[in-house]
Design a protein around this ligand. Structure first.
Ligand code: SAH
Ligand code: SF4
Length: 409
């Protein structure tokens, strides 16, 4: 598992911020303004002899109008435009390929610095209206170190953390895809919701993830509502407490099992931070972070046939969550090659959901969308190469399970 560092809350700047590079490296290197916080951008303008307020002007151009060409930033003087053109740039991650599905789902595969590939998926509300809800599922890491047994990203192993510009760049590109051929002054951001539910464990790439989410909320950048930005975690407990101090966003917890024995098997980080600690951290997030606000956490629960989906599991789950203000989201398992699980039947999912409803919980069943472009949740591994031997070892383990006559698809 990745090492957990203590973060200085006053400094949420991306670790690889190019601000420093631009001063120390050769003069030719331009500073990428995408992903810099408002404070960093203000520092940048000061460092080039300009007023700090330029930061908010330029942020609006970049994040609200999708403009990367400084000469199109018409409220800057010609002199400043050409100075910026020499010293700075606005560079999103490179789109390797994109696929737009019939149902409105859009998927991008990005090639980030170093050649790694990551995926981003946009899922519209069912009616797919022009100004309707559009939820973007953003990746935070290349691969993931946490190795949950039902997750294709986990099977890929961990490669590296994404930078703030690579994280916020996913949202920027998704919004940009609705701006093509639209005159600059008529452009508007269309993504209404963000979920940090793509590849990776966001709380193990803490600093760039929080810096990116601050840009999502910032009125000079994307100006999204804090209830429409959701971070999903498998339960990195110390970082959940830290998150509550640093930013107010919605929290989702990938629970998937109602007891430690099963959760240890499905979500191995549970061995380090067992359920009692996780539930305590979730309660603290709900009650302590902003006591004036009525909040809840979303509990994600993947439905694995015959593994975690019995009536008994539903009753255990209701007991476990009884004092935690929560909404439960049941996720039909998305199979992938060699997965050792099957998806619970619709009848089973509804029976499970009914038990939770009767116990007083709001329980929803996640719609699987974008199946035709492999964009459904948990299939985000796509074309990404397996750079570790983990999937090989895993296939061997699955073969062993076959022999043990366990339920395998
Ligand atoms: N690492 C974070 C966020 C990324 S995973 C986390 O675990 O919360 C986003 C969600 O997709 C999690 O709830 C995860 O458990 C779920 N998921 C992963 N693989 C899946 C699969 N094969 N089918 C359905 N859901 C899956
Ligand atoms: Fe990582 Fe989340 Fe997948 Fe677990 S479910 S392996 S934490 S991405």
């Amino acid at each position: 598992m990745s090492k957990i560092h203590t973060i200085d809350p006053t400094s949420l700047a991306p670790k690889n911020s190019s601000l420093k590079n631009s001063k120390s490296n050769d003069k030719e290197q331009k500073t990428n303004l995408l992903g810099l916080s408002k404070a960093q951008l203000a520092d940048f303008f000061e460092s080039i002899g300009e007023k700090k307020f330029r930061a908010t002007q330029v942020m609006k151009w970049i994040y609200q109008y999708g403009v990367t060409d400084f000469y199109q930033m018409t409220n800057l003087s010609k002199k400043l435009q050409s100075k910026l053109d020499k010293l700075a740039e606005v560079v999103p991650p490179t789109v390797k390929f994109k696929q737009f599905s019939e149902d409105g789902t859009r998927k991008w595969v990005f090639e980030v610095t170093g050649g790694s590939l990551v995926e981003t998926v946009l899922i519209p509300a069912e009616d797919n209206k022009q100004h309707g809800r559009k939820t973007l599922c953003i990746s935070s890491q290349v691969g993931c170190a946490l190795d949950c047994s039902f997750c294709s990203t986990g099977k890929q192993g961990f490669e590296r953390d994404l930078t703030a510009s690579e994280i916020i760049g996913q949202l920027w590109v998704a919004n940009q895809s609705y701006m093509e051929d639209v005159p600059v002054t008529e452009r508007e951001n269309r993504v209404t919701n963000v979920v940090m539910m793509g590849m990776g464990e966001p709380l193990l790439n803490y600093r760039p993830v929080v810096a990116s989410m601050l840009l999502m909320l910032d009125d000079h950048a994307f100006g999204m509502s804090k209830r429409r930005v959701t971070l999903s975690t498998s339960g990195v407990v110390p970082r959940m407490y830290k998150l509550a101090e640093d930013i107010d966003v919605a929290l989702a917890i990938s629970l998937h099992a109602p007891n430690d024995e099963l959760r240890n098997e499905l979500v191995p980080i549970n061995k380090k931070y067992p359920l009692a600690d996780l539930i305590a951290a979730a309660k603290s997030y709900v009650y302590d972070s902003n006591p004036r606000q009525k909040k809840h956490v979303t509990i994600e629960y993947v439905m694995l046939a015959g593994v975690n989906d019995t009536d008994e599991h539903a009753h255990q789950l209701a007991t476990l969550l009884k004092d935690l203000p929560s909404k439960i989201n049941l996720i039909p398992f998305n199979p992938f090659p060699h997965a050792p699980y099957g998806r619970s039947s619709n009848n089973r999912i509804h029976a499970f959901s009914n038990i939770l409803n009767q116990a007083g919980f709001v329980c929803t069943i996640r719609q699987t969308r974008g199946d035709d472009i492999d964009a459904a949740c948990g299939q985000l591994v796509g074309q990404v190469a397996d750079r570790t031997r983990r999937s090989e070892k895993w296939k061997e383990a699955v073969a062993k399970r076959h022999q043990q006559n366990r339920k395998v698809i």
